[in-house]
Design a binder for this molecule. Structure first.
Ligand SMILES: Nc1ncnc2c1ncn2[C@@H]1O[C@H](COP(=O)(O)OP(=O)(O)OP(=O)(O)O)[C@@H](O)[C@H]1O
Length: 223
């Protein structure tokens, strides 16, 4: 599903985001990317989203070469990916239902199809009864669940998350990680960038450790 072959990213100002990073992830895997601030986690995610291009090396996502794809192909690439942010970026003047529906409205799906998919996404994050509420009516953990529902509503093959539990207390953070595991069990590949080592260690998934743009560890967390 994901293949980094000696991928390097050097920013125009000379900063190096990644140094010749190589790893592969299979379809259906659950993996964490961890490392201190500046280690290259966000760079890795931005490369997968084609927000940045590799400076050298080869990066393949579902068989597509992200160093070579044209700008016109990028929207099609992003339809295969869902993204969860730390501050979920919900629209507070829209209901929960309409927040989740937004990506499907942009894709031009019919109203009945949108309703069906939003209901299914709400069910997957255990918020079926909250669709008509507004984000301000929800707790922080519930708001993050809405962010996850919005990220999976177009049924992406790959779900990326950048510090998705950064604002949550340990109990809620563990709960949100459980939601990611449920989604993964249904076949979605999940890649989460996080520096919460205590939480990651309890989850026993694959963990890639970056340090100053280099891969210094690849194995099961907590080992
Ligand atoms: N847009 C950019 N322009 C220039 N340098 C950048 C840019 N983005 C990241 N960098 C540099 O690349 C390196 C890796 O940064 P990156 O944001 O990928 O790390 P990170 O692990 O996500 O850090 P954090 O946990 O703080 O978000 C850092 O040295 C950073 O200064």
């Amino acid at each position: 599903m994901i293949r980094f072959e000696q991928v390097a990213k050097r920013y125009p100002n000379g900063h190096v985001g990644l140094h010749e990073l190589s790893f592969r992830a299979r379809r259906g895997e659950f993996l964490f990317v961890t490392g201190h601030s500046g280690a290259g986690k966000s760079t890795l995610l931005r490369l997968l989203l084609a927000m940045e291009r590799p400076t050298s090396g080869k990066l393949l996502l579902a068989g597509q070469d992200l160093g070579q794809i044209s700008n016109a192909q990028i929207p099609f690439l992003r339809r295969q990916i869902g993204v969860v942010f730390q501050n979920h970026q919900l629209l507070f003047d829209r209901t929960v239902f309409n927040n989740i529906a937004l990506p499907l409205q942009i894709l031009g799906l019919s109203k009945p199809e949108i309703a069906k998919r939003v209901d299914s996404a709400l069910e997957r994050v255990a918020l079926s009864d909250k669709g008509e509420l507004y984000p301000a009516d929800l707790s922080t953990g519930q708001q993050q669940r809405v962010g996850i529902a919005r990220a999976i509503v177009h049924q992406p093959a790959l779900l990326l998350a950048d510090e998705p539990t950064g604002n949550l207390d340990p109990r809620l953070a563990a709960e949100i990680m459980g939601v990611f595991e449920d989604i993964n069990r249904l076949g979605t590949t999940v890649l989460i960038a996080s520096h919460d080592l205590a939480l990651i260690a309890r989850m026993r998934h694959r963990m890639l450790t970056l340090q100053r743009g280099r891969l210094i560890g690849d194995g099961e967390a907590g080992q």
